[in-house]
Design a protein around this ligand. Structure first.
Ligand code: PGA
Length: 251
């Protein structure tokens, strides 16, 4: 079964309002004729509304970079799934390595967010990935398995069908050190085997698995040409229309 390619831009904590609007406008224009590839942008929360207005009805979907699992209440600084839906979000990035390693999010917390997002009808882009030391110690797949099991605990077969997974080796994020297509493919295939074990083979073939970590137009074709790499989660190169669209073209 052919999985559609999916390229998402994670703008992280970058840009100002003017820059976010200009980037969104440029992408909507450039993506107008793209077929056969899904596209999303995940701006900072404070620009979701402005970017959402621009991408509405276009080929570019909207995503958030985080969400809180509670529906409402005294949770200073947090946003709910309903708020993200209200802003027009279709996706939410969860468990990004910067949230895991800089902000200390655990698999248990990520799991609550994944469940809240799925219950609300948002599509989680669940990130998993190993640190350099974990790779060098030969622990890549055990780290990935632990993150997968912890983050997706209690997620039903039906719900898993709507999850997007992003494999992002931490050592490749923002470093310019991209995983080789073979290194990435090995983990993607491993992830598909984990899904088949935990769920079943049919679902393993459905779930899109993006690669993330220093994806650029010049390495996108080789990465996206791997049988189990279904797209990319792009950071730095998502901040420039031509670079992001170069990656879309590679898909
Ligand atoms: P990068 O970030 O493309 O800048 O390496 C990827 C990500 O963190 O999603």
């Amino acid at each position: 079964m052919a999985r559609r390619k999916f390229i998402a831009g994670n703008w992280k904590m970058n840009l100002d309002r003017k820059g976010a609007v200009a980037l969104a406008e440029g992408l909507v224009k450039a993506a107008a004729n793209v077929v056969g590839c899904d596209i999303a942008v995940c701006p900072p929360a404070c620009y979701l509304e402005a970017v959402g207005q621009i991408v509405k009805g276009s080929n570019v979907a909207l995503g958030a970079q985080n969400v809180y699992h509670q529906a409402n209440g005294a949770f200073t600084g947090e946003l709910s799934t309903a708020m993200l839906l209200d802003l027009g979000c279709k996706y939410v990035i969860l468990g990004h390595s910067e949230r895991r390693h800089v902000l200390g999010e655990t698999d248990a917390e990520i799991n609550k967010k994944v469940i809240a997002a799925l219950d609300a009808g948002l599509i989680p882009i669940l990130c998993v990935g190993e640190l350099l030391a974990e790779r060098e110690a030969g622990n890549t797949m055990s780290v990935i398995r632990t993150q997968f099991d912890g983050s997706l605990a209690g997620v039903s077969r039906e719900k898993l069908k709507t999850v997007v997974i992003a494999y992002e080796p931490v050592w490749a994020i923002g470093t310019g050190k991209v995983a080789s297509p073979a290194q990435a493919e090995e983990v993607h295939l491993g992830l598909r085997k984990i899904i088949a074990e935990r769920y079943n083979n049919e679902i393993a073939q459905i779930v899109p698995i993006q690669y993330g970590g220093s994806v650029k137009p010049d390495n996108a074709v080789d990465l996206l040409g791997q049988p189990n790499i279904d797209g990319a989660l792009v950071g730095g190169a998502a901040l420039k229309v031509d670079q992001f669209m170069g990656i879309v073209a590679g898909a």
